[in-house]
Design a protein around this ligand. Sequence first.
Ligand code: SF4
Length: 476
Amino acid sequence: MSFSDLPVDVGPVYEGERIRSKQMYVELGGPKIEKHFELVKVRDVKKIKDGHVELHGPDLKDMEQGGRYPIGILVEVAGEQLEEDLEAVFERRIHEFCNFVNGIMHLNQRYTNWMRVSTTAYEKGFNSLELLGTILIRLFKAELPIIEKCQVTIYTDAKDIEEPYEMAMSTYEKRDERARGLHDEDVDMFYGCVLCQSFAPTHVCCITPDRTSLCGSINWFDARAAAKVDPKGPIFEVEPGECKHDVAGEYTGINEMMAKRSLGEIDRVYLYSAMEFPHTSCGCFEAVDFYIPEVNGHGIIDRNADTIAINGLAFSAMANQTGGGKQMPGFNGISLQYISSPKFQQYDAIEEGLDGGIYQTVWMNSGLKERVQEFLPEDVRDKIATEQDVSDINELKQWLEEKEHPVVQTWVEEEEEEYEEDEWESEGAMVPMGTQTMTVPGVGGAGGFKIILKNCKIHAEAVIIKRIDSKKKKKK
Ligand code: SF4
């Protein structure tokens, strides 16, 4: 396969290229554009004009420099061995293949796809989206030889994109609905995916029926189909092995696979916890589940949120903290589909005496809450606040008490404590055993939480104790 006839280079070496707003010629899709998508459909071989690229709407050369436009990418493929279950897996490769192009940055997937074309690429002659279509066709056929024929249609016009956008949304929903009927205990094989290791080298997605990949685009059925046609590819089988903890979702097979695929970085994962041995996150997650210590609850903000979260942080700020392939207790990249699973973060909730993770969820951005509304149990649905109900942690606390949110029962009364010293310091202090306490202020200055270290040994050069005003008895 050659790209020497094209004005820009194409290859895996360009994955990870960042194009800042000052360097971009145009932006396609992304959070500021209402309708955009990317979709792969398997078609009858007779319906595909192999190598054909069609464009509906303005081309790059007709676009205004610095402008933002819709983008719809429909890739239609045919081949004797192809089946519908492979569509989602092929679709995820659009992200990778677009990033192979020197001068294109592609983020996310499905209806959150977001691209930038650099001014440098445009000036070199990359001035038509037909070139992008040609590149996609060549890469799909070269990298996935079971694809025999491929055609691409690209939409950039706000009106023309409407119909294919609706088709894409109903395809995503159909895939998700099918996956919702299956649970982890119903299957004897899980799957792993390392497609995002070019961005987050220690990240591995564990794909089980209850835990759709965190990008939201590969469910258990899709992963099964991918592993079947390409067992040595980036999506592979994982024998669950022994279930060591069914509430936490700890499996020996998952732990062993993680240790191997994360190059020894991570060797223990609780599939259903955001707080202990949480699943790693790359950067493509649909939403972030974050712990709110002041109320012992969790919030969820999705990628499309146009508000800051209740902890005072925007999605992008939390995404930076969450992603990168590390285990980050308290910050977990998740798919929207996982929120509908009865196993959603169940370990954390059950440890607190609650019925399930959704009963520990206290805040969502309103757009997300609307999207997942039908999956929220009736007895908690109206008790989960959004930015339209509360604007800070104190208001959230009040809301939860008024609504009698189940999380309130987990709040504990703090003992009144008196500190006698103003400040006390000891050189070379050794605090040998016992229980140590420290307070950490809450985000935005509200509340705070206490860390208690039980039976610890601490050696320090010096210990400084400062007065804390704790005259009043207060709730968490
Ligand atoms: S987020 Fe996970 S499942 Fe999705 S492409 Fe990346 S590694 Fe694969």
